[in-house]
Design a binder for this molecule. Structure first.
Ligand SMILES: C[S@@+](CC[C@H](N)C(=O)[O-])C[C@H]1O[C@@H](n2cnc3c(N)ncnc32)[C@H](O)[C@@H]1O
Length: 324
């Protein structure tokens, strides 16, 4: 029991308690705000951060990614524990294997004068880090209203002397409402030259109709030899069960938090007919989640950040497709 205090002492004690309480609340609010600003604000930013972690671990060769969100990146890479927080289960494996697959496919296809169209580009760095044949042009397409992704990206590239390249064209698009053929025509794409189209980390935010329309429009403006590189997510991702799944739950939470919920997937048994029968394109290569896991586990250094789960919970299938 507190000894009885005189009025002035009680007054002082009350003041101290009140000051400490106010200080605590203010400190908690500042901490919350600081944490909020350090959390990725979009899926594009989340992917950029994940790729930064992989580059920092020596698993991706990407010297450009460090120019995006350098403070956040430093924060999340500061300790192994912090890395685990920012990289959900199977996340590193997922980002690594899809980047390796697409890089390999792009570099083995490209010839002088070809074009690369990066759809839903986010913080993709290929136009700035890849050693491509002479005359190759890049088009980076993304949502115009997406919280400043293209603007921030261009600003950081310019600031760091990287965006001197005249071979990159930025174009706004919404695949749900606009045709890629119209947008690219306005941006100077040449349908007589072959194109490699990349849809990395995008189809799961679209609809079956918009994916079908986009692929049809790509075919219409593709010269012979053109490719589409794209993943399909297992339709299991869209079920209620996925939200409680150890591997998929964290992704659900993140994409919902940033306002980009998943909306499209295909059952694995129907993926081949989706491409060949429904969309009329030829499958050149298909890498299953299990093949990606094996590749990941065979990679020196990867085991250090392995969490025992399949890339992105085993739902991501990678495809290389011949458009024409
Ligand atoms: C997960 S991020 C992937 C970014 C990048 N492709 C990568 O892998 O690093 C998804 C990207 O798709 C874009 N996106 C989502 N819906 C879109 C739409 N309807 N039209 C155009 N882009 C879209 C987002 O703006 C974002 O940049």
């Amino acid at each position: 029991m507190l000894p009885s205090l005189s009025s002035p002492s009680r007054f002082i004690l009350m003041k101290v308690v009140r000051s400490v309480a106010i200080f605590g609340v203010v400190l908690a609010a500042i901490g919350r705000l600081a944490f909020k600003t350090l959390v990725p604000q979009s899926t594009a930013e989340g992917v950029a951060m994940g790729k930064y972690l992989l580059g920092d671990s020596g698993l991706l060769s990407d010297g450009v990614g460090k120019h995006f969100f350098p403070w956040k990146a430093a924060f999340w890479t500061s300790t192994p524990g912090m890395r685990k927080v920012i990289s959900p289960p199977g996340g590193s494996a997922h980002l690594a294997t899809r980047t390796w697959f697409y890089d390999e496919q792009i570099l083995s296809a490209l010839q002088p004068g070809w074009q690369v169209v990066i759809c839903g580009a986010g913080f993709d760095t290929r136009a700035y880090r890849m050693h491509v044949p002479r005359g190759v042009r890049f088009f980076e397409l993304d949502l115009a209203e997406h919280p400043g992704v293209q603007n921030y990206k261009r600003r950081q590239l310019e600031r760091n002397g990287i965006l001197s390249a005249p071979n990159v064209t930025f174009l706004p698009i919404d695949f749900k409402t606009q045709s890629i053929s119209d947008v690219l025509a306005r941006g100077g794409h040449d349908p007589k030259q072959p194109t490699v189209f990349l849809l990395e980390g995008v189809t799961m935010y679209l609809t079956r109709e918009s994916v079908a329309e986009t692929v049809a429009a790509m075919k219409a403006i593709s010269a012979p030899g053109s490719l589409l590189l794209c993943e399909l997510f297992d339709a299991r991702l869209l079920t209620e069960a996925a939200r409680d799944d150890a591997a998929l739950g964290p992704y659900w939470k993140f994409v919902t938090m940033v306002g980009e919920p998943y909306s499209f997937g295909v059952e694995p048994a129907k993926m081949a007919s989706f491409w060949t029968k429904e969309l009329g394109v030829k499958i050149i290569a298909h890498k299953t989640p299990e093949e990606q896991r094996d590749e990941w586990l065979d990679t020196p250094g990867a085991i250090v950040i392995d969490d025992g789960l399949l890339p992105h919970g085993g739902i991501c299938h990678l495809f290389s497709l011949r458009l024409k």
